[in-house]
Design a protein around this ligand. Structure first.
Ligand code: KG4
Ligand code: ZN
Length: 338
């Protein structure tokens, strides 16, 4: 079955064509980095306007790359939420128009369900149930994943997402936007001693993260150094910050694996592209005799292939166009498995 996927929940306009749930015929991502760079973060109104300009050319490019026409598409998958509402609506309205025009099913997909499925896009067979960590600019959460469509929320961040912390620290250090890849690059240049930034302590058990205190501590450190006109060792700050983020992500994920009695961990979302994180998780997996699977880097950040893939599974359960009414809406907040 050939599915067109559309994803526009944040600042990337994405379209993909999939055959089944993991043969990616094309995956096109039009990034808006240059639109938001000078603001150091995504400006929602600018994001939705850019989606409007890009969505049709991006879909056309995805069809061309896949070597197919709209007439050969059997279903349209689209991100229904969570995300920026103006951005989501551009993707949803476009998907509705295509589904209505062609008389094919319109399949609404949860963005995080997409990230949870993204490690499977490389054709990998990952056994269920497994533990899924989604770590991106908007989300940091751990799920017990029972099937492609069933995930139980085990815990997440109490404040900032990990990627958001990367972006804010990057902004404080005046590094190119987005902060994540810039911090990773700078951190590689510092093999020496680390600054001791605080790690969050939680009074209650269960999976939880918090990155806002760390972000504030790094911002304060930068201010203090500047106040006494001491030259800032940017690579050292980056590496010290990155290590704390990785420590927290690793500690909570590996504890959750043990608590749930699971042996397989998957990691997706933009921050999962980080090489230091991947190395640490692989090392720990070896030590603890568990398996860890990362999404391929191109499928870590937002993409429409993961959306089309989840839709394939939804289509195994419901098959008629009328199963998903064209009146369906997009949602900025949309819980998963809570
Ligand atoms: O998954 P994504 O494209 O969007 C959301 O759904 O949020 O993730 C984007 C986030 C940004 O915060 C970006 O700084 C971060 O992922 N990111 C990274 C790296 N590449 C992207 N963070 C750390 N290291 C990286 N290499
Ligand atoms: Zn995402």
């Amino acid at each position: 079955m050939r599915i067109l996927g559309i994803e526009s929940s944040c600042d990337d306009t994405c379209a993909a064509v999939l055959e089944g749930d993991r043969r990616v015929l094309s995956s096109v991502v039009s990034s808006q980095e240059e639109v938001h760079a000078k603001y150091g973060g995504v400006v929602p109104e600018l994001a939705s306007r850019r989606h409007l300009e890009c969505i049709i050319p991006v879909i056309q490019e995805a069809l061309d790359e896949a070597g197919c026409t709209l007439e050969q598409i059997e279903a349209v998958a689209v991100t229904q939420g969570p995300g920026l509402i103006g951005s989501l609506l551009v993707g949803l309205s476009t998907a509705k128009a295509i589904a209505y025009g062609r008389g094919i099913p319109l399949v609404p997909v949860h963005h995080l369900q997409g990230h949870l499925f993204s490690p499977m896009l490389s054709g990998l067979e990952v056994p269920y149930p497994h533990l899924g960590l989604v770590v991106s600019g908007g989300h940091t959460a751990v799920y017990k994943v029972r099937s492609p469509l069933e995930a139980v929320f085990l815990g997440g961040t109490r404040d900032d997402a990990a990627g958001e912390a990367f972006d804010k620290v990057g902004k404080c250090l005046e590094l190119p936007y987005p902060g994540g890849p810039s911090i990773e690059k700078a951190a590689r240049a510092w093999p020496g001693e680390l600054i001791r930034f605080p790690r969050p302590r939680f009074k209650t058990g269960g999976v939880q993260f918090s990155f806002s205190g760390l972000k504030t501590a790094v911002a304060q450190y930068i201010q203090e150094q500047r106040a006494v006109a001491r030259p800032l060792n940017v690579p050292q700050v980056c590496r010290s910050f990155q290590e704390v983020v990785i420590d927290c992500l690793a500690a909570q994920s590996f504890q959750a694996l043990e608590a749930e009695g699971l042996k397989v961990l998957t990691v997706g979302g933009g921050v999962a592209a980080n090489s230091a994180l991947r190395e640490r998780f692989e090392q720990l997996a070896l030590e603890k005799a568990v398996r860890v699977h990362f999404a391929e880097r191109k499928f870590c950040t937002d993409n429409a292939a993961m959306i089309a893939a989840v839709a394939y599974h939804q289509l195994q359960e419901k098959t008629r166009p009328q199963d998903w009414p064209l009146e369906l809406n997009a949602y900025a907040r949309l819980p998963l498995g809570e």
